[in-house]
Each structure stands twice: as C-alpha cells, then as structure tokens.
Design a protein around this ligand. Structure first.
Ligand code: PSV
Ligand code: MN
Length: 403
C-alpha cells in the first residue's frame, strides 16, 4: 500500500517569482505594500512560502523579468534563504519586434533574435543549475490570410531544434500550449497535440507542460494528463485556476474537484510513486537517446492581483497538497475491482469517497511531524514578515510583469 504521508512529505511544488511582484489586468496593475524590488527580494518572499509549507523548495525565474548581472550569485542567494532555482521561463512576447511573432515571425532577423533569447536562457540554466527551460510562445495570427499557418510550423520546428541541440545532459525543455491570447485567430502552439507532436519529433529532452488555464472551457484536462503520462511526455504543470479564460487565479479556487481529478491521474500514472518524483534522471519517453529529467514539475503560474501575494502562494500550495492527499486516498484496489465488474456506481462511489474526505487534519499532523506549524496561513500571518517588508521596502521600483 502507498505510504501516503511519505509521498506528501516528498511533494515538491514550485513557486513562480512573478507571483510576488505586482500584477493586474490590461486595465490596471494595483501596487501592493512590501512588494519586492528585485529578484533577490522575490526569492526571499518565495522562501517564506517554503518555510511555512515545507513543500515549495524551488522558485521559477522569468527572463528578462528576473534579469541580473550574476546568475550564479542569484542562485547562491537562493540557497542562502533556503530555496533553489527551478525552471527558467523564456519571454519572447514583450518586445516590439515580436508584434507578428517570435520564432514563427516571417522575418529571419526576428526569428534569430527570439531563438538567441531561448539559447541565452539555457546559459542561465547552466549558471543557476536549473534543469528545466519552459517555452511559451505568444505567436499566432489575428486574421485569416495574415500569414501561412504551415510555414509558421516549419519556423517553429527549426527554432525548437536549435534549442534542443543546445541542451546539456540532464537538461530538458517543456513546451507550453495555449488556445488563444494574445493571438485571436490562430495560435501557433494552441493545444497539447501540437506541443506533443513537436516534442515527440525532437526526443526525450522535450516534454509538454500543461497550464491548467490554457484550454477551451469544458476541456477534460485529466484526460490530457493521463495520455501524456502514458506516453512519457508530461513534463510538468503550470497550475492556476480559471472561471473564464486564462484567469491565473489561485489553483484549486475555481474548481477543486477538477484539481483532484487531475491529481488522481498523476497518482495513477505513477508520477508521485513513493515520493521518487523529485529529480530522478532516467531516460523517459521519446525515441532519440540522451538523459532527461524524469520528474513531473508541479509549478504554479499565477498572479495575485487583489490578494496579498505570499499568503496567496501559501494557500495555493496548500490547495495542491489537499488535492494530492485526496487523490492518494482513493482506494485503487477497490476502484479497479468495481471497474472490472462493470460496477459503475460502485466505482464512482470509491472515487467520490476520497474526494469528500477532509484531509486537513492529516496535513496538519504531517506538518507537525516535520516540525512545522499545523496552519501555515496563521503561522505566516503571526510571523511579522509582512510588517517587516512593508516597512523596509520603501523606495525603489516595485517588481511587476513589465506589461
Ligand atoms: C502565458 O499565459 C503563461 O502561462 C506562460 O507560462 C508565461 O510564461 C506566463 O503565463 C507569464 O505569466
Ligand atoms: Mn503558464
């Protein structure tokens, strides 16, 4: 039987540096008190999330939002405050040159510039020790006939191949898809199938990342998760929740049942087996040779536009933990037996029993066993950290997403 507590103790949820900066919609970015002025302060805030939850030991960076002169020094600072550097997120969507696309742009000069940025991100992985590059392209077209859809796929493939070649041993990239926005007619990587096809062609160091906010309403995300895991091509998640489009709200806030269903497929697919998900490196998926990290990265990709940021991240991590605990509680033997017998209602009851279990006491107990406070939200609120950063971080320019 699965040792549920051991798996939960080994869980690893990655926080995004940008969640600690100011954010908003295209209508307004609201400034909050105590917001970091630089990547060093973002890492210090992310370390608070890990300090109170015990399961958020790495932080994703976004380049150029987290551009510094010395990345090795930034990684040293991260270690000093108690976290590590996670995925490096590229950004080829905020330069005037990218109005008509980045790696799929009709101009070879712009494509070169975009691909060079992606290669620079691999240099940053080398300097920080990160093993994962996350690629999301805002590329697409707004009007029928604007550009050649098929030629844009060729250009995408050519750029991805260059980045793939540059990856070192133990490094990988995750290709992220998104249905629409900012392109409104045809996005160049709109869905998991497109991302999957490019990754399969490239080999084991290319995997798909599922951002839970990037689908058409009603899409069965857990099916995608099950399929990609079966193919060895699920590289990770960008967790968040949504009511309408890519809302980037706290994961588990809009639809905790969906999060549970996703985490159940993660458990079923063996991605959390005995807590071994953390940084094992064995060949996984694809056809070509080469070592690639096997783990599924559980990352948050959220913005806290109106709620305080550090508690917003703590709550999100707890929501993922709760969904994971419930998924682990599913009696899989009983479920399999009911399924084999064709007992539709019995199988559904096994599933729902786990979802309807209150796992908060279990998680509180687990935290106490590992020397943490049982309620991370209350412990953080009592710590005085917010009052300290609000008083200290005066002057300078608060970090934002550069929109
Ligand atoms: C795009 O919407 C996205 O999900 C990508 O992961 C970006 O890197 C991130 O959001 C920026 O917040
Ligand atoms: Mn994302």
């Amino acid at each position: 039987m699965t040792d549920i507590k051991a798996v939960l103790r080994a869980q690893h949820i990655e926080t995004p540096s940008w969640a600690f900066g100011n954010s908003g919609t295209r209508f307004k970015v609201f400034a909050q008190q105590g917001v970091p002025r630089d990547p060093y302060e973002k890492l210090a805030d992310a370390a608070q999330v890990h300090a109170y939850t015990g399961v958020a030991p790495t932080v994703a960076l976004h380049i150029p939002w987290d551009k510094v002169d010395d990345y090795a020094d930034l990684a040293r600072h991260a270690r000093e405050v108690g976290v590590g550097i996670g995925a490096i997120n590229s950004n080829v969507f905020q330069d005037d040159d990218y109005m008509l696309g980045s790696v799929t742009h009709p101009s070879a000069r712009v494509r070169r510039k975009a691909t060079d940025h992606l290669l620079e991100c691999v240099d940053i992985m080398d300097a920080t020790g990160s093993d994962t590059l996350k690629l999301w392209f805002s590329d697409g077209i707004n009007y029928p006939g604007q550009d050649d859809i098929r030629a844009r796929q060729d250009r995408l493939a050519e750029s991805l191949a260059q980045v793939y070649e540059r990856l070192g041993d133990g490094q990988r990239f995750l290709l992220e898809y998104k249905l629409f926005e900012p392109a409104f007619y045809a996005t160049d990587v709109p869905d998991w199938g497109t991302a999957y096809a490019h990754c399969v062609k490239l080999g084991p160091k290319a995997q798909v990342v599922v951002d839970t906010g990037h689908h058409a309403p009603g899409t069965n995300i857990e099916f995608i998760v099950a399929f990609l895991l079966r193919e060895g091509k699920l590289g990770g998640f960008d967790f968040n929740s949504r009511f309408y489009a890519d809302d980037d709200l706290m994961v588990g806030a809009a639809d905790p049942f969906q999060l549970f269903r996703i985490m159940f497929e993660v458990v079923q697919g063996g991605a959390l087996d005995d807590g071994k998900e953390v940084r094992s490196t064995t060949q996984f998926g694809g056809s070509a040779g080469g070592e690639a990290p096997r783990r599924v990265a559980f990352m948050l990709d959220q913005c806290h536009n109106i709620e305080p940021k550090i508690p917003g991240q703590i709550r999100s991590v707890m929501n993922v933990q709760e969904a994971t605990a419930k998924a682990l509680l599913v009696d899989r033997e009983a479920l399999a037996a009911a399924q084999t017998e064709g007992d539709v209602l019995g199988a559904n009851a096994v599933f729902m029993d786990a979802y309807n279990t209150d796992v908060r006491p279990l998680l509180a107990e687990l935290r106490e066993e590992t020397g943490l406070a049982p309620d991370p939200m209350a412990a953080y609120a009592k710590s005085g950290y917010f009052e300290k950063i609000a008083a200290e971080r005066v002057g300078g320019t608060q970090a934002g997403w550069g929109a």
